[in-house]
Design a protein around this ligand. Sequence first.
Ligand code: ATP
Ligand code: MG
Length: 409
Amino acid sequence: MVAGRDGPDEEILVMARYGELFLKSEPVKHHFIGMLLRNIRKALGASGISCRYETPRGRILISGDDPERIAGIVSRIFGIVDVSICHRTSKELSELSRSALALASYSLFAGMSFAVRAKRQHKTGLTSQELGTEIGSFIYDHIQGLNVDLDDPDYEIFIEMRDFGGLVYDRRIPGPGGLPWGTQGRVLVLLSSGIDSPVASYLAMKRGCEITHLYLDAGRWAGRDVTAAAIDNHRKLSLWCAGNPLPMVIAVSEPLFDRMIQLKIPPRYRCVICKRFMQKVAGRLLAHEGALAVVTGENLGQVASQTLANLGVISDAATAPVLRPLITYDKEETIILARRIGTFDATPGDLACRAVPKMPATAAVLDEVRTYEQEMGIEDLVEYALAHTRFVTALDGRIMEEAGLVHGE
Ligand code: ATP
Ligand code: MG
């Protein structure tokens, strides 16, 4: 038991709330909560924090030495809706009231308005509303000059009266929501040095997918800082699955561009051929990675190559479903999200692709594209990419290892 700041008997703990899992049937819910708990344990374990856990209905209670730090880590775990640092008391109204007053007195002063939001689990005794009124009156009587405002208060305090005791808190730290990492199977995310694909990866992770990143290194056809920026995106994304190693495959695509130039393939088709090539390489890695779909940061109409017609031609090269979480996003919406999740880099360096034509085709003709690819010996180029791969594992915001061939080991 951790001594609270208001008395040796009061315990401070972290309460995490999960949301959508309520929609599931009992066995599925049980499984998902197990995964969620496992992810919380891993994330806290990775930070060297040891905790005790309780799982009363609809809540996860975590007790440990540093509640602020625990709350910070848990509020980044998918499946968590919000996190509060709570004071645990007995179920006695008098004790709940004293605890609420003690907590409120840190933030609530004369002239301010306040509201008590109370919930109680049992159908006997005080109703939730009565509980709120009782505690509200107690606070009102002890702090001078307050107003009650239930619609738009300056200060809110939350009370829960539950089987295991009472909880008092006044802060709800938002979590990312979504579903626990690992509940939806693995996807292969085409991760670039750009802004979009890290956000797409985050969104796939948010829906419970385990991730393998795939980056294609175009060598001298890519800007000087592209590979470093892609690896850095990978590193930053590992902070969203703390405690779970995040794999990345880097495959070489330089000869693809050499071949397109050498054979004078119409420049307008370069982007579509490049994206189809990525799908072909991804398709070959799916089984190796145990992945069931490919995720990209593609968007409708963002660049000339991302028209509906071209997206169709690109999907034709895929062997598994292609998920495009950003398909309807405005660039500004993506940037806001990228900033929020910590992947946005305002000074990314030289990321320009040297092969982008002045006028990419907006409606590539599939048959023509296939003919050019045949001429280029595309399958050999895919084999080359697969034979020249390396693995980069990231864990908790650090690059752990950067070596090894995936194929041809
Ligand atoms: P982003 O779209 O991620 O900001 P970008 O603008 O450099 O990067 P686009 O040309 O828009 O890339 O490519 C569309 C999508 O193709 C990307 O969102 C990403 O999923 C994938 N992609 C692009 N370049 C690479 C690469 N070098 N390796 C792996 N995937 C890539
Ligand atoms: Mg893009």
